[in-house]
Design a protein around this ligand. Sequence first.
Ligand SMILES: *[C@@H]1O[C@H](CO)[C@@H](O)[C@H](O)[C@H]1NC(C)=O
Ligand SMILES: *[C@@H]1O[C@H](CO)[C@@H](O)[C@H](O)[C@H]1NC(C)=O
Length: 203
Amino acid sequence: MAAQLLVALLALASLGAASEPDCKELVKPLVLDSHSPIYGKWVLHVGSWDESGLKNDLVLVSSSWVELTASSDSGVITLYWADRLNNTCLQGLANATVSGITSHTTFNINGHTSYHDGKFYETCSDCLLSEDTTLLPDGESKGRYLFLFTRTGNLEPSELETFKKQAACLKFPPEYHFVGTDLCPDSRETASPAVENTENETE
Ligand SMILES: *[C@@H]1O[C@H](CO)[C@@H](O)[C@H](O)[C@H]1NC(C)=O
Ligand SMILES: *[C@@H]1O[C@H](CO)[C@@H](O)[C@H](O)[C@H]1NC(C)=O
């Protein structure tokens, strides 16, 4: 009997809290291992940012897709990316080293090196929610992006609402950049990426 009373009280308590978005339920980081639902090709639908400097870069992006592949090393994920940026296609390969719930990726883009810490969160099925902290070479954060990818690039309105709640829980301001699905072609099928010739890698 006492146990039943306790269950009833707990149920009432959670009803009271239901009006607040339950951030604990909404933002659950994914553990990154070979079973993580992160692999394959993903098309960006929307991005958010928490520093205005990052917005300037993101608004130039009109479409973006990535493909995540497990590598022979369980601590490394291979990442191919292709962005349509200011009407040109930029693409490249990068290795993401993962441990626990975080990934660390060094991108070489036209000779520029950029460092990113990533986290992935549970989200809609056939969606990928990625929080990307852009790091300066000294490891200091320049700010965070939040990206929602889907398999097709399309998203249900209810899923967008959930994304907005998740973004709010992660302390992103309610500003979003939506991208199209005019994707850059996969350059691996034709030529080797032209962006892998950075000489002075800093790591
Ligand atoms: C966009 O592309 C145009 C034409 O190639 C170039 O003149 C301009 O500087 C580019 N803008 C940015 C922000 O890269
Ligand atoms: C990723 O790691 C593999 C194995 O260490 C290496 O051969 C490859 O060049 C790396 N790719 C990039 C883009 O750094």
